[in-house]
Design a protein around this ligand. Sequence first.
Ligand code: 5GP
Ligand code: ZN
Length: 119
Amino acid sequence: MSCIFCKILNKEIPSYTIYEDDLLIVFLDINPKHNGHTLIVPKNHYKDLYDIDSYTLYKIMDKAKDICNLINDRLKPNGITLVQNNGSVQDIKHYHLHIIPKYEKETPLTVEEIYNILK
Ligand code: 5GP
Ligand code: ZN
């Protein structure tokens, strides 16, 4: 399997993982749009929104709420956008939900610095 997110969840390549259970893994985006840009990824390789089942979608959205609460608490953004790409605008063909905090004023931190704040 050449999927990079499968390699991350199988620990074949490293990631800044902030949460993990039997169904999901949550790690920091390697190329963040803003401080705290996080990805929620199911451990099964669903391609996209048309492939994933409703129960897993529900668990992803439920976890998104927890992660948004964590980000609000630790990073104090002005808002948070949730994004999920499909088709030609989806780069990695393994379903993932982006959590993208937005700030009126922002000093970009490294992914490692953000990890140390959120973990
Ligand atoms: P998409 O366009 O598929 O919705 O977004 C894919 C996201 O995955 C991008 O924001 C990109 O920065 C992120 N990404 C790509 N490769 C890696 C990786 O190896 N590790 C991590 N943590 N994020 C990745
Ligand atoms: Zn995969």
